[in-house]
Structure formats: C-alpha cells, structure tokens
Design a protein around this ligand. Structure first.
Ligand SMILES: [Fe+2]
Length: 144
C-alpha cells in the first residue's frame, strides 16, 4: 500500500499535474487541492512506514488515511480527470499515459516527508510546475 500510494503521488506530481495545468488553466483549483492532498498523504505514509501495526495509533491512522484517499480519488475521478480529458485531446492523453507509465519506474519506493508546497514560487505553484515541464520539453529533457 505504501509503495503504490507513493508511486501515485510521484507520477501525478511529475507528469499529470503539469500537463493538466498546461491544458486547462481553469482546473487550477483542482490541481492545487490535489497537490495538498498528496502532501498530506506522503506525510501520513512516512509515519505509517515506521509504525508497528500493534501500536495503539495504527488503526486510527489507517482509518484517517483511507478516508483521505477515498476523498482524493472521488474528486479526481469524478471532477478533475473528466475536465482534463475534455481539454487535453486523445493524442496528448495517450502520450501522457506513456509518460506516466515511464515515470513509475523512477518513483521512490518509500515516501519521505516533503516540505509543504509553497505558493511563493513565481506565478504560483501550478504555474511553476507547468513552466518547468514546458522548459524540459523544449530542451528535449525528460521530466523526472
Ligand atoms: Fe492523486
């Protein structure tokens, strides 16, 4: 579970969020919420990784994690992904799927707590991800 959810956050942060933000700036609020939810998810996973299942907090932490994941998946699948699907087009969607599949191989196997996302970047958090992705594409470098 920890590996799968860590991979999910990794590939969405590195590939999907920048592509979605570039395709439809109108979905920025969804992207920002997703980034924050991923941040909380990674934090909880990093705590669970070192927690013995017999610890009195284990079940409670798992319960909160599962509620957060269900909320996250529902919003992505019912709201954000359909909007991006309309905006991005079939060819780009296929290409993005291939990029996401390739990114899985680079995903770290375990989470590490990451600093809170900062909106102090020029242009805001989503815009900076999009700009970074575009400059990598322009330079012919792969997103990592
Ligand atoms: Fe996600």
């Amino acid at each position: 579970m920890i590996e799968e959810l860590t991979t999910h956050t990794w590939i969405e942060r590195k590939t999907f969020c920048p592509a979605a933000g570039g395709a439809d700036p109108g979905t920025k609020d969804h992207a920002l919420e997703s980034i924050e939810e991923h941040h909380v998810l990674l934090w909880m996973l990093s705590e669970l990784e070192g927690l013995d299942p017999s610890d009195e907090r284990f079940d409670a932490k798992m319960s909160v994690l599962m509620a957060n994941v269900r909320h996250h998946v529902e919003e992505e699948e019912k709201e954000w992904f359909p909007e991006v699907r309309k905006a991005i087009g079939r060819n780009r969607l296929t290409e993005l799927g291939e990029q996401m599949e390739a990114a899985k191989k680079k995903a770290p196997p375990i989470p590490s707590p990451c600093p809170a996302p900062s909106s102090r970047r020029p242009g805001g958090l989503v815009s900076s991800h999009v700009q970074k992705s575009r400059s990598r594409s322009r330079d012919g470098a792969r997103a990592d």
